[in-house]
Design a protein around this ligand. Structure first.
Ligand code: HEM
Length: 425
């Protein structure tokens, strides 16, 4: 197969960013398929069917540590940055993940995310308050980006006024996946060094003047499993900052795009808001913010579907393809929030299952409850919208939406009070 025509290269190609799903469907015809990929000259095995992806996500012969690959050469960390648990294997992965999770959720802080809900609601509500009087909004700039950024900054104790500084570094890291390997490596290293320096200074400040935030809790913690060494602390805090907003922005924007394309579903959610949590799950299945996991490598030969994946090669797990596998989901190309049995792969599976899943879910549930109630007759101004460059963390760069009106927070739901009949009476 020529380099220009491999299916994975086409997925990576910007021209297919708005709708990669026909390509994923073609890839599923060969569940485990060797492909020249978009960023890596050496190529990768692409796994695109649901059951095979899940099997690999639970297989200890598949490593998340690219240092185990004989082919990646450079697609690893910046020289001075330590690995975070997302790119480590057990036992280091498990220990570092537990050290961070202690402050973020069960078993030590089971109520933590629930307790954040009122604050998330306040932020979502105030973002919509600021849009009142406008007839057109950029959903990404006005809502989908600022909401998760404000939330993760408050959780970590990162000053929100620093956003313009870290935004450019995060953007450079995220966008590097769409670039050729050499440029990718340089851009990533530079930005990630700057981000790590920033985070190290911030952690020092929190040590001197602790607050109620996560960094202040993690920095001095000497729990039952000991301390997280400083370089790991810096790397983990950076990972949380990046993961904390570069993914949720896409869930919100992909979700809003999908709802705008399905006005009947939007109307249904307005009259039955209890369906919103299920709708968020369906968004994660139908338009997953993390389309693929490009960072696995084999520690031994793995026989799978009619192939044997050799040792030491890079494996790409196509979560978005698995989410639309017709042998797992009925009518997979239909957006159906009332779908039962929706064990999607949006947050991955296995030991690296998304650490922030409960937070992302809470943010999206709260956001869509507000949006459905307060945006009157939203419609897309540009469809498809322009997309961000990354094929991995995929979502609109901008999402222009026309609205009849942005309702005030205290107004009762549209279906009861709105419009003609009321004004006519
Ligand atoms: C809609 C939003 C999100 C999506 C779709 C998402 C998706 C994912 C996926 C697919 C993985 C698995 C990666 C792998 O197996 O290599 C993952 C891991 C991870 N996510 Fe998320 N994520 C989201 C939000 C968040 C948030 C809000 C945070 C932090 C506050 C976060 C932190 C992490 C971390 C730390 C890991 C690594 C876990 C590990 O290696 O054990 N994510 N996420």
């Amino acid at each position: 197969m020529s380099q220009d025509t491999t299916l994975l290269r086409q997925v990576y190609g910007y021209a297919n960013r708005a709708n990669p799903y026909p390509l994923w469907a073609k890839l599923r015809q060969t569940p485990v398929c060797w492909q020249e990929d978009g960023a890596e000259e050496a190529g990768t095995y692409v796994v695109s069917t649901y059951r095979e992806i899940v099997a690999l996500l639970h297989d200890p012969r598949l490593s998340s540590d690219l240092r185990n690959s004989t082919q990646t050469g450079g697609r690893t960390r910046a020289p001075n940055a330590p690995y975070t648990f997302i790119s480590l294997d057990p036992p280091e992965h498990d220990r570092l993940r537990r050290l961070a999770m202690r402050h973020f959720g069960p078993p030590e802080r089971p109520a933590y995310i629930e307790q954040l809900r009122p604050e998330i609601s306040r932020i979502a509500s105030s973002l919509l308050d600021q849009l009142q009087g406008q007839r057109q909004i950029d959903f990404v700039d006005d809502f989908a980006y600022p909401l998760p950024v404000a939330v993760i900054c408050r959780i970590l104790g990162v000053p929100e006024e620093d956003e313009p500084r870290f935004h450019q570094w995060v953007k450079a890291i995220v966008e590097s996946t769409a670039l050729p390997a050499e440029v990718q490596r340089r851009q990533r290293e530079q930005a990630s060094n700057q981000l790590h320096r920033y985070m190290a200074e911030l952690i020092e400040r929190h040590r001197r003047q602790p607050g109620a935030d996560l960094l202040s809790r993690m920095a001095p913690d000497t729990g039952p499993e000991g301390r997280m060494a400083d370089p790991y602390l810096v790397a983990t805090a950076t990972l949380l900052l990046v993961a904390g907003h570069e993914t949720t922005v896409n869930l919100l924007a992909n979700g809003m795009l999908t709802l705008s394309r399905h006005p009947a579903v939007l109307a249904r959610l307005r009259s039955a808001p209890d369906l919103i949590p299920a709708a968020v799950e369906e968004m994660l299945r139908y338009e997953p913010p993390v389309q693929l996991l490009p960072n696995r490598t084999t520690l031994g030969e793995i026989p799978l579907a009619d192939t044997t994946i050799p040792r030491g090669v890079v494996v790409t797990l196509a979560l978005a393809a698995g989410n639309r596998d017709p042998t797992r989901f009925q009518e997979p190309d239909r957006f159906n929030p009332e779908r039962r049995d929706n064990a999607h792969l949006g947050f991955g599976s296995g030991i690296h299952y998304c650490f922030g899943g409960p937070l992302a879910r809470a943010e999206a549930q709260i956001a869509f409850a507000e949006l459905v109630r307060r945006l009157e007759q939203p419609s897309l101004v540009v469809d498809p919208p322009p997309y961000r460059p990354s094929p991995v963390l995929r979502g609109p760069e901008h999402l222009r939406i026309a609205v009849e009106r942005v309702r005030a927070a205290e107004e009762p739901p549209a279906r009861r009070s709105v419009s003609r009949s009321r004004y006519a009476s």
